[in-house]
Structures are given as structure tokens and as C-alpha cells.
Design a binder for this molecule. Structure first.
Ligand code: HEM
Length: 319
């Protein structure tokens, strides 16, 4: 009698595990092989962010730059070798931050469950935990991504440039399967972190044939950006007034023409995206809901499964 009850429980558990699999990923992927995986990643991330809360932005951006190039396969973590310049050495990736956090989590996971947890899953979990640490929404993510074996600088051409306008952004994200609303929600990640002067200085002088300074910029805010750039190309400007807090201030800033990048401000200026910006600025819960859904979706982009990937021993090198 007891045995048949146990059997039923096991059958139900296996059924739930199989039913929760989509794209070969699963919510319970490590439940038998490394049950502490999520906790180990969360502890590592929390410890690192308690020491330096600005790294939350780094982790979220790193996950985006991973997923948009070759899918979410940790290709962004691979170091260059003498024969290959890897993604991380592309100009678009030079300011990525937080690699050591992924290394620390991987080291601990290799001690506890060697060869089991992929770097791509660690990065997806770390970005999720960073959002929560900064006060953003929690979302559950599926696991089972395998790590890729290719990381080439030329592939980073797939990352969107900060000079794109609203319709170009809609089209760039549309090609990757995202709606305009999802693109605006994901851009809301700019509630965290900073941009360097080199990413926005083209807005501040010789903008186009009729304007020296980008007319979509508030005059006072343009002065702030100009004074930041007075400190050099690497001088940092916060995207919004609360750079370590995940909130909807970024969207309020766009309404005041205080978007840092051209690609930020255009979301308010473009007819296809302005309504979404206004909705997120007015209702933070709405932004959080859309953001978490869009992040879950981004985290499944072109994922590699057992046949075309591996679990790297060291996140910086293919096996
Ligand atoms: C919509 C198209 C996007 C463009 C054109 C864009 C461009 C940029 C640029 C140029 C920077 C500043 C880099 C620097 O100057 O060092 C930046 C920073 C950042 N981006 Fe984006 N981004 C986009 C979308 C996203 C998405 C979808 C996410 C995440 C889901 C994201 C997360 C971040 C974060 C968190 C930072 C701050 C990083 C830090 O402080 O270290 N971005 N982005």
C-alpha cells in the first residue's frame, strides 16, 4: 500500500518535470543532480552585490549580451586566445562587468556538483538574482542551457547600437522574435547602471546638419551630459537618478527628455513606443510584470541543448 503511494508520487513528480519542459529547458532541471544550484548562485550574487551594488547592472547587461549573440550559451564569457578574438573583446562588450561573480559561483558549483551546472544557466540565474537584489521583480527561470563552443568578435554585430531610432529598434528586436512592447520593457533594464560618454557624445556636438546638439535632449540635461563628457570618454553617466535601484524612474526620465542614449530617448519620441513608455512611467507594477516576462523569454533565445553544447569546466574556456 505504502509502496503504491510512493510510486504514484514518483509518477506525478516525473510527470511534472516532463510537463514543465519547454524548449528542452525545465524548472526542475537540477533538482536531482544539483539541488542547491540556485541557492549557491543566489548567495554568491548577494555577497558580491553587498560589496559592490553597481555590479547588478553588469550582470543584467551581460546576460542580454550573451543571449543576443549566438543565443544564451555563455559565449560572452569566453576569453580570447592567440588564434581568436572573442566576443568579450568587441568594443560593444569592453565595459561589461561582473565576470568574477560568475567565476565564483562556478567554482563553488564545481566543488559541490562537478560538471553539472552550465555557465549559461549560472549567468541567467545571476541576472535574475541581480534584478531582485536591486529591488526589481522576482521571476522563475527554466534551466538546462548548454554552453556554446564558439565566441567570435564578428558575431557581436548582432548587438543593437545606441544610435538606433525607435523603428530600427522595433525591427532589430522584431527579427529576434520580440514585440515592440517587449523591447521597451527590456530597455527598462537601463533603470540600472551607467553609460560612458563615448556612448552618447555624438548627441552633444555636430549631431546633424541642422542641429549641433540632439534636439530630443532637454537643454538642462544636455548640459549635464556635456559636463560629464568634460571628464573624458570613459566618464560615467547614470541612466536615471537611482542607478542601483530597479524602479521605473528610467521611464519618467524619458518623459522629461532626459534619456542618456539616443536609443533611450527615441522610445519616448517614436509613435510606436511612446504609449508604452507612458504606461510604464505611470504604473511600475505593469513595467515589472512585462519586464519579468520579457526576461524569461530572452533567457530562452536560441538555447543549446545536449547535442550542440557542453557544460564548461571553466566559464572562460571551452572544454
Ligand atoms: C534596446 C537596445 C539597447 C541598446 C542600444 C543598449 C545600449 C547600451 C549602452 C550603449 C550602454 C552603455 C555602455 C557603456 O557606455 O559602457 C548600455 C548599458 C546597459 N545596458 Fe543596454 N542597451 C540596450 C538594451 C538593453 C537590454 C535589453 C538590457 C538588459 C535586459 C540592457 C542592460 C543594460 C544595463 C544594465 C546597462 C548598464 C551597465 C553597467 O552599468 O555596467 N540594455 N546599454
Amino acid at each position: 500500500m505504502v509502496n503504491s503511494k510512493v510510486l504514484i508520487v514518483v509518477i506525478v513528480l516525473v510527470y511534472i518535470m516532463i510537463a514543465s519542459m519547454a524548449n528542452g529547458l525545465s524548472m526542475t532541471y537540477y533538482v536531482l543532480t544539483c539541488p542547491l544550484a540556485e541557492i549557491i548562485v543566489r548567495n554568491t550574487v548577494n555577497k558580491a552585490l553587498q560589496a559592490d551594488s553597481t555590479l547588478a547592472a553588469g550582470l543584467v547587461r551581460m546576460h542580454f549580451h550573451d543571449c543576443f549573440v549566438q543565443g544564451c550559451d555563455a559565449s560572452v564569457l569566453i576569453d580570447s586566445t592567440k588564434d581568436n578574438t572573442a566576443e568579450k573583446d568587441s568594443p560593444a562588450n569592453l565595459s561589461l562587468r561582473g565576470y568574477e561573480i560568475i567565476d565564483d559561483a562556478k567554482d563553488e558549483l564545481e566543488r559541490r556538483c562537478p560538471g553539472v551546472v552550465s555557465c549559461a544557466d549560472i549567468l541567467a540565474m545571476a541576472a535574475r538574482d541581480a534584478v531582485l537584489f536591486a529591488g526589481g521583480p522576482f521571476y522563475g527561470i527554466q534551466a538546462g542551457r548548454k554552453d556554446g563552443r564558439r565566441s567570435m568578435i564578428l558575431d557581436t554585430i548582432n548587438l543593437p547600437a545606441p544610435t538606433l531610432n525607435s523603428s530600427e529598434l522595433i525591427s532589430a528586436f522584431g527579427k529576434r522574435g520580440f514585440t515592440a512592447q517587449e523591447m521597451v520593457a527590456l530597455s527598462g533594464a537601463h533603470t540600472l547602471g551607467v553609460a560612458r560618454c563615448s556612448s552618447f557624445k555624438s548627441r552633444l556636438s555636430k549631431f546633424n546638419s541642422t542641429h549641433d546638439v540632439d534636439p530630443s535632449l532637454d537643454t538642462q540635461f544636455a548640459k549635464t551630459l556635456i559636463s560629464t563628457c568634460g571628464l573624458g570618454d570613459n566618464a560615467e553617466q547614470s541612466f536615471d537618478s537611482t542607478k542601483n535601484i530597479f524602479d521605473n524612474n528610467y521611464f519618467n526620465g524619458l518623459q522629461r527628455k532626459a534619456g542618456v542614449l539616443f536609443s533611450d530617448q527615441t522610445l519616448f519620441d517614436g509613435p510606436g513606443t511612446r504609449g508604452i513608455v507612458n504606461a510604464y512611467a505611470m504604473n511600475m507594477a505593469f513595467f515589472f510584470l512585462d519586464f519579468q516576462r520579457a526576461m524569461v523569454k530572452m533567457g530562452t533565445m536560441d538555447v543549446k541543448l545536449a547535442s550542440n553544447g557542453e557544460v564548461r569546466n571553466n566559464c572562460r574556456k571551452i572544454n
